[in-house]
Write a protein that binds this ligand. Structure first.
Ligand SMILES: CC(C)(COP(=O)(O)OP(=O)(O)OC[C@H]1O[C@@H](n2cnc3c(N)ncnc32)[C@H](O)[C@@H]1OP(=O)(O)O)[C@@H](O)C(=O)NCCC(=O)NCCS
Length: 340
């Protein structure tokens, strides 16, 4: 690819993704299934969101199980022993429980003896934020092998009597390994992250934390479900996805035409298409799998990375742009050269 890329200088070393694994639970909830629950229909859901079906985590399992399945795929793909993983970072807003962290549960389940870890709560930007944290740990020289997971079980906090939210969300996620680059490799190039707490009221789960601990009242008032002002989130997402990605590309001397592919958060097909148009990217290089999985929050980007690889749209040496907007509000975008 003929590209004048002014690669950001890094104090320390460069970091790259060396393995990828994604996982969705087998049970599927279709638009037809939802028609039986609320006043909606397949045509409305497809036209307004692009979603056809989503996956649902079985009772008795948690997000740590999604991360564990994805992590095992990474470990097998890289051919490492789990004890070689030094740090585990999990981006999620649906941890198995308030504590311990999901990272602890994953560490135990995969047998990553000797690792340390923590969770990142970044809403739908959770994977991109966790990724950046992992990258910085490798770039600084502090760690050589970091497992970064992004996963959510949104159906656990979805009100299946609320047609404005229940059609949107699904369960799933993925994981990557981050390691130092070899000589001549580029890996992670740059990122643009931002939060805007004024948007907190537009998308949240009001109860279950220290402000509104679980009580009969919080249950009666449905405060353990996702509360969302859909149009407000939509407007912010369209504006910020475009703003963050154009800023990131411009300051690195890259245009949409230079990218191998664009991997956006999968919240709504109309948000994805609006962002792609702003970047001047033809749709064939924009990764979309929302029709199969819906919005899996921190899970969408690693799931879409897997789709990109499977479709032959993400190959060694390609420049790839990631972008997400979510609860917080949170905004995250990253520019990477794919090195596997
Ligand atoms: C939720 C979302 C799909 C709604 O689409 P929209 O085009 O904005 O629709 P509106 O909310 O304006 O509602 C339009 C009408 O459709 C109705 N409607 C909402 N959900 C419906 C459904 N599932 N089936 C049928 N009708 C529905 C509304 O009640 C409203 O009816 P009214 O005009 O009689 O009041 C859209 O706002 C969205 O995707 N927002 C962003 C959500 C998101 O990304 N969240 C996660 C952030 S990471």
């Amino acid at each position: 690819m003929a590209l004048t890329l002014s690669v950001r200088p890094i104090v320390g070393r460069r970091a790259k993704i060396t393995a990828l694994g994604a996982y969705v639970p087998p049970q599927v909830l279709t638009n037809q299934d939802l028609e039986a629950l609320v006043d909606t229909n397949d045509q409305w859901i497809m036209e307004r969101t692009g979603i056809k079906e989503r996956h649902v985590l079985a009772k008795g399992l948690g997000v740590s199980d999604i991360c564990t399945e994805a992590a095992k795929k990474c470990i097998a793909a890289r051919g490492i022993d789990p004890s070689e993983i030094e740090l585990i970072i999990v981006g999620t807003v649906t941890p198995d429980m308030m504590f311990p962290s999901t990272a602890c549960l994953v560490q135990h389940k995969i047998g990553a003896k000797g690792a340390w870890g923590f969770d990142v709560s970044g809403g739908c930007s959770g994977f991109v934020y966790a990724l950046q944290a992992g990258v910085k740990m490798v770039e600084s020289g502090a760690q050589k092998m970091v497992l970064v997971c992004g996963a959510d079980a949104n159906t656990r906090m979805t009100d299946y009597t609320d047609r404005t939210t229940c059609v949107l969300f699904g369960d799933g996620g993925g994981a990557v390994l981050i390691e130092p680059c070899e000589e001549g490799e580029v890996g992670f190039i740059d990122y643009v992250h931002e939060i805007d707490g004024a948007g907190g009221v537009s998308l949240n789960m009001p109860a279950g934390g220290s402000l509104n601990p679980a009580s009969h009242e919080t249950i009666d008032k449905k405060m353990h479900f996702i509360h969302q002002d859909g149009p407000a989130v939509y407007k912010f997402a369209v504006r910020k996805m475009a703003e963050a990605t154009t800023k990131l590309l411009a300051r690195n001397g890259v245009t949409g035409a230079d990218l191998g592919c664009f991997i956006p958060h999968q919240a709504n097909l109309r948000i994805i298409n609006a962002t792609a148009d702003r970047l001047g990217m033809d749709r064939s290089r924009v990764i979309v799998n929302i029709e199969k999985y819906g919005n899996t929050s921190a899970g969408t980007i690693p799931l879409a990375m897997e789709t990109a690889v499977e479709e032959g749209k993400l190959k060694k040496g390609d420049l790839v742009l990631l972008a997400a907007v979510g609860a917080g509000f949170s905004v995250g975008a990253a520019l990477i050269r794919w090195e596997i």
